[in-house]
Design a protein around this ligand. Structure first.
Ligand code: SF4
Length: 287
């Protein structure tokens, strides 16, 4: 099977597989602006290939939409670019072998003017890296979107594929790192490079921001570090992560923003009962 695909690629160019919702054919990774549902970028979107370029393109993004487009084509971390594209081409999970893989950074998802922002860790290799939407197509997303539906933020309880009609109101989901990392472990330098996108996300959200939810300790640390870089008031000593912990920051303009912590919605936590549905609902209801 693999040999047949490779041979046809040589003869006919990239293999096109049908999107699970629209049935349009896509190569993996997906080229910007070719019709993937929710693709924020097009062929003219500038591509960051270095940390300096991430800083520059983030700083000059005038809107959440422009920022999200630029994030979605970023190539600044060589190890993560190689990994996300390897998974998208030769490393697809057998159960998804008939689907195209997004194979690009996960764009933020939700209401661009939201007063509430969720900060996740990083895309999953066969979740966001396949579907092109945050927390979509894996068990973590099943938990998160069900909770967002129960608490009134999501139009439906499931998130299976981009293009499935799901809408978020009053909330937007971003991540500390936007590319799927091997073993879900981004390197410090990758967290630092991607932090510039997070900085801009928080800056653009700041004027109307009320609260944030950090999913897991890495997201908690990344959010506090971003707030510090942006000159926001952050309590000292640094508040320690723990489920249900809450602290109040103040934006550079003096606007108070509550930061709430939750255990991550990973299977490691949800399967073991470390994080239960009532626990997750309770922190989301506080946002
Ligand atoms: S992890 Fe972030 S900075 Fe690195 S390539 Fe992906 S989007 Fe770009």
């Amino acid at each position: 099977m693999v040999r047949t695909v490779q041979l046809s690629q040589v003869i006919h160019g990239p293999v096109l597989l049908p999107h699970p919702v629209t049935r349009q054919g896509f190569s993996s990774p997906v080229s910007p602006g070719t019709g993937w549902p929710g693709d924020p970028a097009d062929a003219t979107t500038p591509v960051a290939t270095t940390a300096a370029a991430v800083r520059r393109l983030a700083r000059t993004s005038a809107s959440v939409e422009e920022l999200t487009a630029r994030v979605s084509v970023c190539r600044a971390c060589p190890r993560l670019v190689a990994w996300r594209e390897e998974v998208a081409t030769t490393g697809r999970r057998a159960s998804f072998a008939d689907q195209p893989y997004w194979g690009r950074p996960g764009p933020s998802f939700g209401d661009p003017d939201a007063p509430v922002v969720i900060v996740g860790l990083a895309p999953a290799a066969n979740g966001t890296n396949r579907t092109g939407r945050m927390f979509t197509g894996d068990r973590s997303g099943d938990w998160l979107y069900a909770a967002l539906h129960r608490t009134g933020y999501a139009s439906r309880p499931t998130s299976v594929s981009a293009g499935d009609g799901l809408r978020l109101t009053g909330i937007r989901i971003v991540a500390a790192v936007r590319c799927a990392p091997p073993e879900n472990k981004p390197l410090p330098v990758e967290r630092e490079t991607c932090g510039s996108w997070l900085d801009r996300d928080l800056t653009l959200s700041a004027p109307g921001l009320r609260s944030m939810l950090a999913l897991g300790g890495i997201a908690w640390d990344a959010t506090l570090a971003s707030a510090r870089r942006l000159g926001w008031a952050v309590p000292t000593p640094k508040p320690r992560f723990g489920h249900g912990v809450e602290t109040t920051l103040a934006t550079a303009a003096g606007r108070p923003v509550r930061l709430v912590a939750s255990y991550h919605v990973s299977q490691q936590n949800t399967f073991t009962g470390k994080l239960t549905e009532p626990m997750l609902d309770a922190v989301i209801r506080r946002l």
